[in-house]
Design a protein. Structure first.
Length: 254
């Protein structure tokens, strides 16, 4: 991790009518970080990812990407990052075409984009799915294909919204390994998850969002071992997340 800041949120708020989804969030993500955003449903995690990806505009505050003010019209800037939304949505076309789609948008020639798509499918352990259709895939297979689609364009910033939600333990482990490897290659990762044991295994840092506010931020073990406020402690205890040594299993504590 270096001092090069990839994503900066300054006083970020987002209102939907009279409902405040995010309130004055300040956050800096250095290059090479693997940050997990944790929090209960409705805490503002997905809203934060959408603002970071310039899919939505804040009601107040600013978003900076790669050291510059974020402009949604700046296509070159937006192509430096990818958001994998929850549910792994895919086009009704062959898996290979889905993975190559971002390269097609970038006018990469067909032989090169198909080669890159096959290589990326192999990286995520899904090379045998190349000629399958999304309707024939399991949840774990869809998740790996959606991740491959994002990685094929070699993003500098990877945003993941519940990439392992509702997956079996083996699929969770496979996705975690790919994300960890991608981060080791230098890609900055910001991931949303409800799976706190997964967050603890994966993250370099954890941010806890409660009621739209940033309630905790720090190295993963610091946050889990010493929650900074009673509210953060209640959140972790409420889902049964251990504050002792990190888990090797794929379920919450009894």
């Amino acid at each position: 991790m270096t001092g090069d800041i990839v994503l900066t949120l300054q006083g970020l708020s987002r209102d939907f009518g009279k409902v405040r989804a995010l309130s004055e969030v300040a956050l800096a993500v250095p290059r090479g970080d693997l940050l997990v955003l944790a929090g209960p449903s409705g805490a503002g995690k997905t809203t934060l990812l959408r603002l970071a990806n310039l899919l939505d505009r804040p009601s107040a505050g600013t978003v900076r990407l790669f050291g510059q003010d974020a402009d949604p019209r700046d296509l070159a800037l937006r192509r430096r990052m990818v958001l994998v939304p929850q549910g792994a949505p895919l086009f009704a076309r062959k898996v290979l075409d889905n993975v190559a789609y971002g390269l097609w948008c970038r006018s990469v020639a067909r032989p090169a984009r198909e080669r890159a798509a096959r290589e990326t499918l192999e990286r995520v352990g899904a090379q045998e799915l190349a000629n399958r259709l999304p309707r024939d895939l399991s949840g774990g297979e869809r998740a790996r294909v959606a991740l491959a689609q994002a990685l094929a364009v070699r993003p500098e910033l990877l945003l993941l919204d519940e990439a392992t939600a509702n997956l079996d333990p083996a699929s969770v482990k496979a996705i975690e390994e790919v994300v960890r490897e991608e981060n080791a290659r230098g890609t900055t990762v910001v991931a949303v998850t409800h799976n706190l044991p997964s967050a603890r295994r994966l993250a370099k840092r954890v941010a806890v969002l409660l009621d739209g506010r940033l309630a905790a931020l720090g190295p993963t073990e610091d946050v889990f071992a010493k929650p900074p406020t009673p509210e953060v402690l209640a959140f972790l205890d409420g889902i049964g997340a251990c504050r002792g040594p990190a888990l090797d299993t794929f379920s919450v504590c009894p």
